[in-house]
Ligand binder design. Structure first.
Ligand SMILES: [Zn+2]
Length: 223
């Protein structure tokens, strides 16, 4: 059964008449029927999803008339990208933001950027560089918690991603939007667990050392 992941709360919803409505407006008609011979040349396919969990609407538009085939865009939300702090390298943040921005426009290109982002994160965070992402995921097996590695290992099994990943990072494979979305979610999880938690820990340690040094200075003065 086809599932759709809500970009607002991440819940997976079944695609049924209760959660999805499709309207097909055009220059001449307010809602064209697929039962007619064909769609007029300006006809758009607008999919409305309402999440049963958070009730938010997700709206996607696609051109199905011959003159508007270039339309394929997310109307709401326009981008699902979160904003990350500056201490995460710019190249990683840009790949992540672009992968999010083009998720619906091109799931393939989005997944390709996500794999590059993931590779950039592994190389930067663990200071390793192997021939490809497949080997790099292997190389960090004993460097991260087992459950985290199991998630990365799981990436290999999502659809076609794993089957092709060991060959070439830039290889374009067929992929569905929800598979591409899972890659983005994984990147968000690892940005949090690697970069943000390391930064918070470093800040806490620096604070504690700072307090210790200040106390020692005070002791010296009173001695
Ligand atoms: Zn939701």
């Amino acid at each position: 059964m086809a599932g759709f992941q809500c970009p607002f709360c991440s819940a997976i919803m079944a695609v049924t008449p209760d959660t999805q409505t499709i309207r097909r407006p055009s220059f001449s008609f307010s809602d064209e029927s697929p039962l007619l011979k064909g769609f007029s040349d300006s006809c758009l396919d607008i999919s409305f999803y309402q999440c049963p969990h958070c009730k938010e609407y997700t709206i996607l538009a696609k051109g199905i008339g011959s003159a508007v085939k270039d339309v394929n865009t997310a109307i709401r939300p326009q981008s699902q990208a979160r904003k990350y702090p500056d201490y995460i390298p710019l190249a990683i943040r840009s790949d992540y933001e672009e992968a999010s921005a083009i998720l619906y426009l091109s799931p393939k290109a989005s997944a390709t950027l996500s794999r590059r982002c993931l590779q950039g994160m592994i190389r930067d965070f663990f200071q390793i560089s192997k021939g490809n992402l497949f080997e790099e995921i292997n190389a960090i097996k004993d460097k991260i918690p087992a459950e985290q590695w199991a998630v990365l290992d799981g990436v290999r099994r999502i659809g076609n991603i794993g089957a092709h990943m060991e060959k070439d990072i830039n290889l374009i494979v067929d992929i569905e939007p929800d598979e591409a979305q899972k890659l983005i979610k994984l990147i968000e999880l690892l940005l949090q667990q690697w970069y943000i938690e390391r930064h918070n820990q470093q800040e806490l340690f620096a604070d504690i050392i700072g307090i210790d040094q200040a106390k020692q200075q005070e002791r010296k003065k009173t001695e």
